[in-house]
Design a protein around this ligand. Structure first.
Ligand SMILES: NC(=O)C1=CN([C@@H]2O[C@H](COP(=O)(O)OP(=O)(O)OC[C@H]3O[C@@H](n4cnc5c(N)ncnc54)[C@H](OP(=O)(O)O)[C@@H]3O)[C@@H](O)[C@H]2O)C=CC1
Ligand SMILES: O=C(O)C1=N[C@H](C(=O)O)C[C@H](O)C1
Length: 269
């Protein structure tokens, strides 16, 4: 079997460096390019050394188009504006693209969906197996626990560097709960509580966000009723679980027909 050629977009970031390390350690993969944005201090540095390993003989580049041309699949853990530019390059080249970036607006998600008509694109707010299963469990619980009795609250905690809130995973869990209840998350969600809020409105889905230290990613979905509370949750011990999930998704995606895929497709859930 020939190795899947992978380009890492955002290669000097927390996830990017781990993806280089995980990709190069995988015998079924070959890391062929690392891309950073204009002005990054990483430009020109050796990609392997940047990721804390031995040199790879590849200099970090800002030429994302050239990286797409070299790769079977590109992996994007960057920022929303860069992810959109990368989706456009995927559409132009037909190269597969895994997007793990969170904090994308509804309009940006729509643009990515449109790009997926011209390239295989997988987008997932969380590429771990555990969270992928949790999404299905939350939807099931929301189907079975009546909205009049069970209040849904979603709590997440992440490291102090995280820039978007609520996390992409928390929002995906909210979407799963809303789908289970047959409602729109946009209409049901309560993202902020402050001051004299009045009593909780039945059927709403609340979000609470904590930030601090080095927490890799904790999520809980709480179904709270009179007399009992069901909690479904996930804790990532470190980011390695995300790097492994993204590399697995990339190998699965390369060579697939054009279209928008999710992590549940990779895992057959
Ligand atoms: N789906 C999942 O399972 C997971 C998703 N994430 C998400 O991944 C994203 C990145 O997280 P993390 O690695 O912690 O963040 P970092 O800030 O550490 O990394 C992002 C990297 O992208 C770079 N970047 C910015 N613009 C461009 C561009 N135009 N082209 C190429 N690279 C660019 C940044 O460079 P610079 O710093 O110079 O701007 C930085 O190196 C976040 O949205 C996060 O929520 C994280 C973990 C798991
Ligand atoms: O920024 C992070 O670190 C993470 N972001 C993702 C999210 O927003 O859900 C996934 C994971 O929890 C780590």
């Amino acid at each position: 079997m020939t190795a899947t050629k992978i380009a890492i977009l955002g290669c000097s970031g927390r996830m990017g460096r781990l993806l280089v390390e995980t990709g190069r350690a995988d015998p079924d993969c070959r890391v062929v390019a690392g891309v950073e944005g204009p002005g990054s201090k990483a430009l020109g540095q050796d990609l392997g050394a940047l990721a804390g390993g031995s040199p790879l003989g590849l200099a970090v580049t800002e030429d994302a188009r050239a990286a797409f041309a070299l790769a079977d699949v590109a992996i994007d853990f960057t920022v929303p504006a860069a992810s959109l530019a990368h989706a456009a390059l995927a559409a132009e080249s037909g190269t597969a693209l895994v997007i793990g970036t969170t904090g994308l607006s509804a309009g940006q998600l729509e643009t990515i969906g449109a790009a997926a008509a011209r390239a295989p694109i997988l987008r997932a707010a969380n590429v771990s197996l555990g969270v992928t299963l949790l999404l299905a469990l939350v939807e099931q619980a929301a189907v079975r626990l009546p909205a009049a009795d069970y209040d849904i609250e979603i709590l997440e905690m992440h490291h102090r560097h995280k820039v978007d809130a609520p996390s992409g995973t928390a929002l995906a869990l909210g979407e799963a709960a809303a789908a289970g209840r047959g409602v729109s998350l946009e209409e049901a969600s309560v993202r902020v509580r402050d001051g004299h809020t009045g009593p909780r409105e039945a059927g709403t889905i609340g979000f609470a966000t904590l930030r601090g230290g080095d927490v890799a990613g904790d999520h809980s979905v709480i179904f709270a009723a009179e007399g009992e509370r069901l909690e479904l949750g996930h804790r990532a011990s470190n980011r390695a679980v995300f790097a492994k999930g993204a590399i697995r998704a990339a190998k699965w995606l390369a060579g697939r027909p054009n279209g928008l895929y999710a992590m549940k497709d990779v895992l057959g859930l």
